[in-house]
Design a protein around this ligand. Structure first.
Ligand SMILES: CC(C)(COP(=O)(O)OP(=O)(O)OC[C@H]1O[C@@H](n2cnc3c(N)ncnc32)[C@H](O)[C@@H]1OP(=O)(O)O)[C@@H](O)C(=O)NCCC(=O)NCCSC(=O)c1cc(O)c2ccccc2c1O
Length: 277
């Protein structure tokens, strides 16, 4: 059965929908293979923040509009090269930006599961976007690759180091040094994507995965995501993981007793609480 999506807010460069516990963000610039300009990124960031704040939402699907008029599909072809200037990508306000890095950090740290649904090209900064998502489901027409050293850019952050964690050092170096294109089948083989389905089934598969996740324990999933990140993300990974520990502690009777005692200017009843082994 087709999912019934409700528009959350109308944007220029993206579409933003929700259905039940699922939010769907669609980059909507098919004539540019869904390349992002700063405005696109501002809109993506706002939608992601909304999804993070919405307590009903557990899963975000990130995808690209298509096919384009020439029949081709794209998830995202990276930064919009027509607005690349000195020091970053420049649109309306004339300020050079690499603000996609903010979106990468938000996807990485938000305590909801972000699934990339990739039909067609995931290239350059668009490839990094799918890499950073928790899961990737690819259509059988998916095309994956990096272009930086071919056109004067590189992503030395998650786009290279985390990629190497996914596919191994040799393969990650091959992807960046040679700038080749890889099919969805090759991406599956190297552990870059979770599943490949016919393009017509891509969204339905994403919704099915999302609905499975939505049956699981939100707190367990939240802690798992931060635990997966913590191993790799240094101090900010530890911050996320321990932030969850603090949140869970705040929910205990023990923390509530100590907090109430301080407010009520009395001695806390520490004896009520065990020193567990
Ligand atoms: C994606 C392609 C392989 C598709 O090839 P195809 O032959 O199918 O299509 P066309 O090449 O004819 O493209 C159709 C149409 O789309 C326009 N277009 C495609 N990609 C872009 C783009 N990235 N920016 C702007 N426009 C794009 C293309 O010009 C055509 O328009 P017409 O009007 O001429 O019809 C192929 O298109 C391709 O390889 N595209 C370029 C990919 C690319 O160079 N991406 C940028 C890489 S750098 C990057 O993304 C990046 C961004 C950041 O913000 C960073 C931040 C921090 C660190 C690093 C960053 C970073 O590396």
């Amino acid at each position: 059965m087709a999912t019934s999506w409700k528009t959350v807010k109308k944007y220029t460069d993206i579409q933003y929908h929700k259905s039940g516990g699922i939010a769907r963000i669609t980059i909507n610039r098919p004539e540019k293979r869904n390349a992002f300009r700063p405005q696109t990124v501002v809109e993506m960031h706002e939608a992601l923040l909304d999804a993070r704040e919405d307590q009903k939402i557990g899963v975000v699907l990130l995808t690209g509009a298509g096919p384009a008029k020439d029949g081709k599909y794209a998830f995202c072809a990276g930064g919009d090269q027509s607005v690349r200037g000195h020091g970053g990508y420049i649109d309306g306000d004339g300020v050079p930006r690499l603000n996609i890095l903010d979106v990468q950090k938000l996807i990485r740290s938000m305590p909801k599961i972000v699934i990339a649904l990739v039909a067609g090209y995931a290239i350059g900064g668009g490839h990094v976007l799918h890499v950073i998502c928790d899961l990737t489901i690819a259509a059988d027409n998916g095309v994956f690759g990096q272009v930086g050293p071919k056109m004067g850019s590189f992503d030395g952050g998650f786009g290279s180091s985390y990629l190497a964690r996914l596919v191994g050092q040799k393969k990650a170096r091959e992807i960046w040094y040679l700038c080749r294109h890889y099919s969805a089948a090759e991406a599956l083989e190297m552990g870059l994507v979770n599943k490949v389905v016919p393009v017509a089934q891509l969204e339905a598969e994403g919704v099915a995965w999302a609905n499975d996740i939505l049956q699981r324990s939100p707190l367990a999933i939240r802690c798992l995501k931060s635990a997966f990140n913590a191993e790799l993300d240094g101090q900010s990974g530890i911050q996320e993981l321990s932030g969850n520990a603090t949140m869970l502690y705040y929910m205990t009777e023990e923390a509530k007793e100590f907090s109430s005692a301080q407010r009520e200017k009395r001695k806390p009843n520490a004896q009520k609480f065990p020193w567990l082994p």
